[in-house]
Design a protein around this ligand. Structure first.
Ligand code: GUN
Length: 439
């Protein structure tokens, strides 16, 4: 990691969202980005714009010249599992067999702190290599310790699951699990750039007492996140209906338990009805859309059109290890494919800028972190990526032939992967993301 002084200027092409609530991109071909470390020790963007306008006022600052490259906001992954790093690419006949045969057995290994710590180190190297600077994940101590050491903005939480789970993964009691959650909130939430998420795995693996207790904690700590899953798979939904016969719907279980509110993030949201979508929108809860996972596990298609018409907050996520890639480019590409296919007559083409927004400023908005991360406006934290449009021969050729910014971005989404990400800047520190990997 290369440290920079209190203020630093970067010259490159710049891509960002001046209005974080809108997917309208501003692209500055010859731009200047300035970062400054505040009294709290966190580096933030202090100026952004065209080089000619800003250069005189910042001529005294150390300058990194990245002309020929694009600086863009670091990607935000709204749902990923560090404990499933080694589950990726495990075939199964759908969600429930995949959980039982691969996922649960791998996750039991995380009782060993040495294993947890080694996987967390690999996981964060991998996130950085792909330009993901903020993520919402499950599992705690090794994760937070690594994230803190790397100055990252990360959200995570201990998984709550006190039934229908194997030995080694199942909580011994709801009371104990909730007591531990409260202690972990006190220990980690708001420490440096870390945030805690109350994390019931999904309704079938929690007793009513555990879900209700999680809801009480969510009410007592409104700035803590809630993360879980909803309406991913047909067998899962039938199971929930049997376990919670009085709930109006699968989502209704979480509503009944007090787990739907702002900063509640629900992965998948594939098989919702109109009432569910309205309820999520009303509560300010967000959907984490996981297209590579949903395609891989044959779970279904997220309906982007209905989400938008019901004003349901949503953003993109990898869902590794159900998801098949750490790469936000692969996730955006899969989201484009899914949006074209989605349920009924609602298929539509998502624009490149909208896809990019859903994985940066829009993802920060879904997490309640607008103006903090996922963007380059003044005041945002200095987490950004440096993309090389010449990274591969094919990408270089396609970009040279593009007629517009949209076409260039679309080429990156379809043809891009970690090779496109040349540097990652986290909290004002430049990471050499390819140095630690020989492959
Ligand atoms: N439902 C319950 N647990 C999981 C998980 O780990 N991944 C996915 N995709 N769905 C789940």
């Amino acid at each position: 990691m290369q440290a920079v002084s209190d203020s630093h200027a970067y010259r490159a092409s710049l891509l960002w969202f001046p209005d974080p609530d809108s997917d309208q991109i501003h692209f500055e071909t010859d731009g200047l980005l300035v970062t400054t470390r505040g009294a709290d020790g966190v580096a933030r963007i202090s100026a952004i714009g065209d080089h000619r306008t800003l250069e005189t006022a910042h001529a005294h600052l150390p300058l990194t010249d990245w002309r020929g490259h694009w600086i863009a906001p670091g990607f935000v992954d709204t749902h990923i599992h560090y404990a499933q790093t080694d589950v990726i690419a495990s075939p199964a006949d759908g969600l429930l067999p995949w959980l039982n045969n691969y996922t649960f057995p791998q996750e039991t290994r995380f009782a060993d702190p040495a294993h947890a710590s080694a996987v967390a180190a690999f996981f964060f190297d991998e996130l950085m290599r792909h330009g993901v600077t903020t993520a919402h994940s499950a599992s705690v101590d090794a994760f937070f310790t690594q994230a803190q050491g790397r100055h990252l903005r990360m959200i995570s939480g201990r998984v709550l699951q006190d039934r229908h789970s194997p030995d080694g993964l199942r909580d011994s009691s709801a009371t104990q699990s909730l007591y531990e959650t409260e202690a972990l909130i006190a220990r980690w939430h708001g420490v440096d750039r870390l945030g805690y998420a109350i994390t019931p795995r999904f309704a079938p693996t929690s007793s009513e007492a555990q879900l209700r207790g999680a809801g009480e904690l969510a009410a007592a700590h409104p700035d803590v996140w809630v993360q879980s899953r909803v309406a991913e798979n047909a067998d899962e939904i039938r199971w929930v209906a049997k376990l919670f016969p009085h709930a109006r719907s699968y989502l209704g279980v979480y509503e009944d338990m007090g787990l739907l509110r702002e900063r509640s993030v629900y992965a998948h949201c594939l098989h919702l009805d109109a009432n569910d979508r309205d309820l999520m929108a009303e509560r300010g809860a967000a959907g984490a859309v996981c297209p590579t996972s949903n395609l891989f596990l044959d779970s279904g298609f997220f309906d982007f059109s209905l989400a938008q018409s019901h004003q349901l907050l949503h953003a993109l996520a990898s869902d590794v290890g159900g998801g098949t890639s750490f790469s936000p480019f692969h996730t955006m590409h899969a989201a484009y494919t899914v949006a074209r296919q989605s349920v009924g007559q609602n298929g539509r083409s998502l624009s490149a800028q909208h896809l990019w927004w859903l994985h940066t400023a829009g993802a920060a908005k879904a997490l309640g972190l607008s103006g903090v991360t996922g963007n380059l406006n003044a005041g945002c934290e200095a987490d950004f990526i440096v993309l090389n449009p010449q990274a591969t021969p094919l990408l270089s050729r396609r970009i040279a032939a593009a007629d517009s910014l949209q076409e260039q971005q679309f080429a990156m989404i379809v043809l891009g992967d970690d090779r496109l990400v040349e540097h990652v800047v986290v909290d004002g520190h430049v990471l050499e993301v390819h140095a630690s990997h020989s492959n």
